[in-house]
Design a protein around this ligand. Structure first.
Ligand code: NAG
Ligand code: NAG
Ligand code: NAG
Ligand code: NAG
Ligand code: NAG
Ligand code: NAG
Ligand code: NAG
Length: 250
């Protein structure tokens, strides 16, 4: 379907999602050693990490690592754009104070380990621009605080897990440029914080669930280049006061 559909509505506000990340040079309590051991599983994926992530310096000073002041634990891991080629080690699931995980734009591959579901404090996950394969693990729907999830530009297959509809704090969901098939879960109507939904360039089929058009927080929807069918509700814009006019439905 080569048709673009525009909702003639005013341009809405820009989305800003901020995540408090505090750094700490404080002395290391024992628990930080657990975080250090978890991270060492990634140390040998690049020369940069191998030379920077040394035992003789605090894990909180390691490149890509941010600790929280409050708990003196690793709160953010940002290894984006480092040409890292590895699988995600299951040990990452032990970074129990992790709030933000950004591994975007690398050469990570393989399946996502189910241990990621242990990271109950996660608010931000970006794995975009890698070469992950396999299904999107349904356990991602068990991260109660998740606000931002990007898995775009990978090689994920299978259907979109219904369990993602449990992420009631989710503001940003990007699954575009994968090989996802099946239908858009009708349960997605429960994503009542969602502002951005990018699922274009997959092989999704079936009708667009009308419940999507009830998510009044939506600013952007991009669904194009799938195999979706059926009619759009004639009053679809009624409950979408913030929808950008350039959202690409088809
Ligand atoms: C590791 O990198 C960080 C950030 O660039 C730097 O501040 C620190 O001194 C480096 N540590 C070592 C041991 O090279
Ligand atoms: C660094 O510390 C870890 C555990 O904290 C230990 O297993 C490893 O052998 C240490 N490496 C070096 C080079 O001392
Ligand atoms: C990770 O670092 C890159 C810069 O290297 C930055 O653009 C990006 O916003 C950071 N990610 C997060 C979640 O802060
Ligand atoms: C991604 O992984 C698939 C399957 O393992 C492989 O065929 C493909 O060449 C990889 N692509 C890149 C860009 O590494
Ligand atoms: C994602 O993949 C598509 C198709 O391969 C490509 O056209 C697009 O530029 C990629 N996105 C980014 C941000 O590189
Ligand atoms: C959503 O969470 C509830 C409570 O944890 C659970 O019973 C339900 O199975 C979950 N829904 C899906 C679709 O996974
Ligand atoms: C959309 O919301 C309206 C009003 O809250 C409700 O009556 C309707 O059943 C909802 N439609 C869907 C498909 O969820």
């Amino acid at each position: 379907m080569g048709k673009k559909l525009y909702c003639i509505l005013q341009y809405a506000f820009l989305i800003t999602i901020t995540f408090p990340m505090l750094s700490s040079e404080a002395k290391q309590p024992l628990s930080l050693a657990t975080d250090q051991t978890s991270l060492l599983s990634l140390k040998h994926t690049s020369l940069l990490l191998a030379t920077n992530w040394t035992n003789s310096t605090s894990v909180c000073t390691w490149i890509g690592v941010t600790c929280s002041l409050r708990h003196h634990r690793v709160a953010a891991l940002n290894l984006s754009n480092m040409a890292l080629s590895a699988t995600i080690p299951p040990q990452l699931g032990h970074l129990s104070f992790l709030v933000s995980l950004d591994l975007s734009n690398n050469l990570f591959y393989g399946d996502l380990p189910h241990q990621l579901s242990l990271l109950r404090r996660l608010k931000f996950i970006s794995l975009r621009l890698n070469n992950f394969t396999g299904d999107i693990p349904p356990m991602l729907g068990q991260l109660p605080k998740l606000e931002y999830l990007s898995l775009s530009n990978n090689s994920f297959i299978g259907s979109i897990p219904k369990s993602l509809s449990n992420l009631t704090n989710l503001q940003f969901l990007e699954l575009s440029f994968n090989s996802l098939s099946g239908e858009i879960p009708k349960e997605f109507g429960r994503l009542q914080s969602l502002q951005t939904l990018y699922i274009e360039y997959n092989h999704l089929s079936g009708a667009i669930p009308s419940a999507i058009f009830n998510i009044s927080t939506l600013v952007v929807i991009a669904l194009r280049d799938n195999e979706l069918s059926g009619n759009l509700p004639t009053d679809m814009c009624r409950n979408l006061p913030f929808l950008e006019p350039l959202s690409q439905l088809f």
